[in-house]
Write a protein that binds this ligand. Structure first.
Ligand SMILES: [Zn+2]
Length: 61
């Protein structure tokens, strides 16, 4: 059911084995789904260092 993974490097949520954005390793062990629409206006996105709109995980193991 939970087939989505998250990049260990940039936290991007994906269903691929490698991150489509940075090519980093992805993990099934992640928590907290974060949808970023406008990274400039999102405090959480700033804290995580997110500069592009997209789907992210708050925590990745
Ligand atoms: Zn990545």
């Amino acid at each position: 059911m939970m087939s989505l993974k998250a990049c260990k490097n940039c936290h991007t949520v994906t269903d691929l084995a490698k991150c489509p954005k940075c090519g980093g390793e992805t993990s099934r062990e992640w928590q907290g789904y974060l949808l970023v629409i406008d990274p400039d206006k999102s405090e959480i996105a700033r804290k995580l260092g997110i500069h592009a709109a997209g789907r992210y995980a708050l925590r990745v193991k």
